[in-house]
Ligand binder design. Structure first.
Ligand code: ATP
Length: 762
């Protein structure tokens, strides 16, 4: 295959500058391109010494570049000399060396019998000014997706490992931008930790790509932990991002289906309201690296420097893609361009360059641009087509403030039922998310320094928080003049609010029925008790096992053996839990799921939304509205951390949210022989508590066919009066523990180690 190197050599270019760190690949290209030269000598120099190009054995005599040049200089008249200089950044800064290379180049131009080519291979250095006019830049094209796929198959064959065939396209896309050497390295790491090559190794790829970026100065790789659930409010934006994430996470499949690759989103709005938070959370949601472009660092002192920097930044992002390119405070680069075109030449050119790239880009760099001040933006920048969507982020409304308080209290383990979120939200009109976080931080700190051993006194109360509010002036107060101007400009452009939900017909996610319910995205997986993939639809799942408070409010009695309002209710039979679900549904105006009219005959039917009632075996839970028990397939999905855990690579933890049982479960080793308040052990990846302990959870046995698996001890039938329980309890010993453990119990009986958790179809 002919490379550009062959063309440059034929054109007698004296200096070739190769931007690469993949020396093996460069050697292959050089060998190939010089094949046609019969009379030739290839020399190699690596930092502080000459080496034999073929054998890589170091020469004892030549230890510096300058003397090497001197020795070789006259060789150029006798033969075709190719000198490859690798990893010699220091020496390439030496003026004597530069002068000699220049002399070689000039001699080559002036004397057609002189044939000396210098090939410089470096990852970091740019061409010295004095050599520019003699130099051609050689880019080594990265492998295409198809080439990488082939490479993966070969690699797997050589190393005798398996490749998950259905994932190979996605893995190849994730590996794009890496050199062969880097791909080898990453694949080795994947098989070391996973034993086969599949998409579950994507976190390793992301980490490795981060290392590459660390070497570039304009882009910065951002470590992020933020989850989309940690954003209070902004439901419309969250929903939109989730739908784009579906495409991004399955790019290969989406492309084949004909879906356009998402380009990006512009977030404009008030300071401190979650723009940066959204950028970070989207990287996690998309499961790709997050690169931040610092506009300040982009702007250079010299003519053309800013454009060069922009070009390098965009190219680096492309080579790392799929990724998110976060451009913070984008107005800094483009401010000063007004509708009359009045702007400095630099900003105008930068602006044009960026817009063209954005408009024409076909790559998988998803841009998240954030801006406070859009007064200086030319209108075309905000037009659709450039970005997929533009969102306006306002100060949080009352409901959103409630959620933000709750999120930050929960993050610090300080949320309790005594805290009146509504009152706090009412008292903090005009406060931004960052202000609220500050309030919570201060209140927690004040408690910490309080000198008391009394646990009760150390608890955060509504009053503590209200007190902390007084010492923090809201941002809208501090910046009131500026904010008025900003608000007017947002209005003028009629930008979509990030808080409003967009009904896209597919789902009306967003706010769960009540605050302890968590939205859990559906997905496909192979349950541990089954040998085929099963699909789970989007659900609302209660963070906690049903507490005695919840039970009493609905049922007006408390059967539990270990009393305590925040403890899980137990001593409830499977049939009791169905009754609870129905009554709770009625309370929320939702159609009850269970038809219990023939309960005394042991017969159950399911109320479907189309008005029919069906036998459990053929009922479709997607067509139900009210609260219900999870099916066993659903239970295992959320207990193992669902989609989030799949992305994190933690889906196979032995306990819900951890491999360490003590961290997450009240079991015989930690429980002291009783149940405990819910939510007092670590939550799992979805924010759910106690899925592996406290009390076993009654589940709904799905259909007969689900149980025809050799792993199953039972075949379900109408006469079998037992039902599945999952999780584990305060009495279970570690020997019997794992998230995959199945157990059965008589549906009519109750014990003080059986409870349940409610879910609802969205
Ligand atoms: P700026 O324009 O000043 O950069 P921003 O809009 O990017 O501000 P962030 O940096 O995202 O604001 O917010 C600062 C911090 O405030 C966040 O790290 C987060 O802890 C908190 N915060 C802001 N908004 C929210 C929110 N909607 N939900 C939860 N926390 C929030």
């Amino acid at each position: 295959m002919e490379t550009n190197l062959s063309k440059y050599l034929r054109a007698r270019r004296p200096i070739i500058w190769v931007h690469s760190g993949d020396y093996k690949e460069v050697d292959t290209i050089v060998t190939e391109a010089t094949k046609e030269y019969k009379n030739k000598a290839i020399f190699e120099y690596r930092a502080f010494g000459a080496v034999n190009f073929e054998t890589k054995v170091k020469s004892d005599e030549i230890v510096d570049l300058y003397s090497f040049f001197n020795i070789l200089f006259s060789e150029g008249v006798k033969t075709n000399v190719f000198l490859i200089i690798k990893n010699a950044e220091e020496e390439m800064k030496d003026a004597r060396n530069i002068a000699l290379i220049k002399k070689i180049a000039e001699t080559r131009y002036s004397n057609s019998d002189y044939n000396f080519t210098v090939i410089v291979v470096t990852e970091i250095e740019t061409v010295p000014k004095d050599l520019e006019k003699f130099t051609s830049i050689l880019d080594i094209p990265n492998m295409t997706k198809e080439e990488i796929e082939k490479y993966i198959w070969n690699f797997a064959k050589e190393n005798k490992v398996n490749v998950d065939k259905k994932d190979v396209g996605e893995v190849a896309i994730s590996l794009k931008g890496l050199t062969k050497l880097e791909i080898d390295h990453v694949l080795n790491m994947i098989i070391e930790s996973k034993n086969n090559i599949s998409i579950s190794g994507r976190d390793i790829i992301i980490r490795e790509k981060g290392q590459i970026i660390k070497k570039s100065s304009i882009l910065e790789i951002i470590d992020f932990k933020e989850k989309i659930e940690e954003i209070g409010g902004l439901e419309g934006l969250k929903e939109w991002l989730s739908s784009k994430a579906q495409v991004f996470r399955r790019l290969d499949e989406a492309k084949k289906f004909g879906v356009d690759t998402p380009k990006g989103v512009l977030l404009v709005g008030m300071p401190g309201c979650g723009k940066s938070l959204a950028a970070k959370a989207s990287a996690r949601l998309f499961n790709v690296p997050l690169l931040r472009l610092d506009i300040g660092r982009l702007l250079g002192k010299y003519v053309g420097e800013s454009e060069h920097n922009m070009r390098v930044a965009l190219k680096t992002a492309e080579s790392i893609s799929p990724c998110i390119l976060w451009i913070d405070e984008i107005e800094k680069a483009f401010a000063g361009i007004d509708q009359n075109g009045g702007a400095s030449d630099i900003t105008k050119r930068l602006f044009g360059q960026f817009l063209t790239w954005l408009q024409e880009k076909e790559n998988t760099v998803f841009v998240v641009a954030t801006a406070n001040d859009i007064t200086a933006f030319p209108p075309e920048f905000l037009r659709k087509g450039r970005f997929d969507e533009v969102f306006f982020i306002d100060f949080p409304n009352e409901e959103e403030r409630e959620r933000i308080f709750e999120i930050h209290l929960e993050k610090r383990g300080k949320m309790s039922d005594d805290i009146n979120l509504k009152e706090l939200a009412e008292e903090t009109e005009g406060y931004c998310g960052a202000d609220i976080e500050e309030i919570v931080k201060n209140a927690v700190e004040n408690k910490f320094i309080l000198e008391t051993e009394n646990e009760e006194e150390k608890k955060i109360t509504t009053n503590n928080l209200l007190e902390a509010t007084k010492s923090i002036d809201s941002l809208s107060n501090i910046l009131s003049d500026k904010i008025d101007i900003l608000k007017k400009s947002y209005k003028k452009f009629k930008i979509k609010s990030a808080s409003q939900k967009i009904k896209n017909g597919k789902r009306i996610a967003g706010k769960p029925t009540f605050k302890d319910m968590v939205i859990v995205n559906g997905g496909k997986y192979t349950p541990s008790f089954f040998n085929e993939e099963r699909e789970v639809y989007d659900l609302e799942v209660c963070k906690y096992q049903t507490t005695q408070d919840m039970w009493m409010e609905v049922m007006k009695n408390n059967p539990s053996g270990f009393k305590g309002g925040r403890r899980p209710v137990e001593n409830v039979s499977w049939w009791d839990t169905l009754e609870f679900c129905n009554k709770l549904s009625e309370k929320y105006g939702l159609k009850p799921v269970y038809d219990l009219s023939q309960k005394n005959k042991g017969m159950l039917k399911i109320n479907q939304l189309n008005g029919k009632t069906e036998y459990p075996g053929i009922a479709d839970f997607k067509k139900t509205e009210g609260f219900r028990l999870p099916t066993e397939v659903e239970w295992e999905w959320f207990a193992r951390g669902g989609e989030v855990a799949m992305q994190d690579g933690t889906f196979n933890y032995t306990h819900s949210g951890s491999n360490n049982i003590t961290e997450v479960a009240w079991y015989s080793g930690t429980s002291n022989k009783c149940t405990h308040d819910v939510g007092t052990k670590k939550q799992n990846q979805l924010g759910l508590y106690d899925c592996c302990g406290n009390v076993w959870e009654w589940c709904y046995d799905t259909t007969n066919s689900d149980y025809i698996s050799n792993k199953m001890p039972y075949i379900y039938d109408e006469t079998d009066n037992t039902r599945r329980v999952r999780g584990g309890s305060w009495i279970t010993s570690q020997r019997n523990y794992s998230i995959f453990k199945q157990s059965r119990a008589d549906a009519l009986k109750n014990y003080n180690f059986y409870g349940f958790r409610i879910v609802r179809t969205i």
